[in-house]
Design a protein around this ligand. Structure first.
Ligand SMILES: O=C(O)CCC(=O)C(=O)O
Length: 270
């Protein structure tokens, strides 16, 4: 089972488990004091009612990056070994609040199964998903499919081509033949490898932009939950940098052409 104690596991052991399962539950990954400091800082700057708040928004307020509140040397060494030297903080590094109840104003509803590659850049990205409280029993948690990335790519029907990112709600779906997924679909395809562990404060799930995952939510999970997603992305190639630099202009053109399509005006949820 891809579950390790971060304090005693070696970087190589974590890397091997990650390659074979596409995800690793890292117990005791961060200290609760660091989480408290990050939460206090977020509370000071996050607009009331926001369901997401990103690392770029945090640093624009003169505050440290999210990861700086909770990472030490071993964490940085792990990121470097998984993503490579010259890794960057992904702009999709966010904090999120989940509430399964219908009246969860200021909170997001549970997310259906997906790959982050449906929405984000394709460059290799790792994500440390860290809940702000124990979860998986009375509060929604994170479920993952334990599968190497090639298997997740094949299952979602990835066409192997360059990202065809569209406006919001279209995102990168043109690259995937099988992206409309429910948890039952995952259970039928992956059986026991659909994994919904209990999390304690300080634990993290390590996953990637090519790991199938979802909010694990059951009717008895009536408590709300916040978390951070610390994402680190591989250094972009020159070609990728050029294409990303031109993407906002291309998107704007396509949005103008498509107006008034509902797809272009839906709110961002990833
Ligand atoms: O926090 C959740 O419930 C979902 C998070 C998620 O989908 C993600 O980290 O990409």
């Amino acid at each position: 089972m891809a579950e390790l104690d971060f304090r005693s596991a070696s970087i190589d052991e974590i890397g091997a488990a990650f390659r074979s399962d596409g995800s690793v539950l890292l117990r005791h990954f961060v200290l609760p004091d660091g989480i408290d400091a990050l939460r206090a800082s977020l509370d000071a700057v996050m607009p009331t009612g926001a369901i997401h708040f990103s690392d770029p928004e945090m640093t624009a307020q003169g505050r440290p990056h999210f990861f700086e509140y909770v990472f030490g040397e071993k964490h940085r060494a792990l990121v470097e070994s998984l993503v490579g030297r010259g890794y960057r903080i992904s702009r999709d590094t966010v904090t999120r609040r989940i509430d399964a109840s219908a009246d969860g104003a200021g909170y997001q509803q549970p997310l259906a199964p997906h790959l982050d590659a449906f929405f984000h850049r394709f460059a290799w990205t790792v994500n440390f998903w860290i809940p702000f409280r124990a979860c998986g029993r009375d509060a929604p948690s994170l479920g993952v499919v334990r599968a190497p990335i090639d298997e997740a790519r094949a299952y979602t029907g990835y066409d192997g081509k360059k990202r065809r990112g569209g406006p919001q709600a279209q995102w990168n779906f043109a690259n995937f033949a099988n992206a409309d997924l429910g948890v039952d679909d995952l259970r039928a395809a992956f059986g026991e490898r659909v994994w919904t562990p209990d999390y304690r404060l300080g634990d993290a799930m390590l996953l990637s932009n090519w790991t199938l995952h979802f909010t694990h939510s059951l009717p008895e999970m009536t408590e709300r939950r916040g978390n951070v997603e610390l994402r680190f992305i591989a250094r972009a190639s020159f070609g990728e940098m050029v294409s990303e630099a031109f993407r906002p202009a291309a998107r704007m053109l396509s949005t103008l052409r498509n107006r008034p399509s509902s797809a272009a005006t839906q709110s961002r949820s990833h």
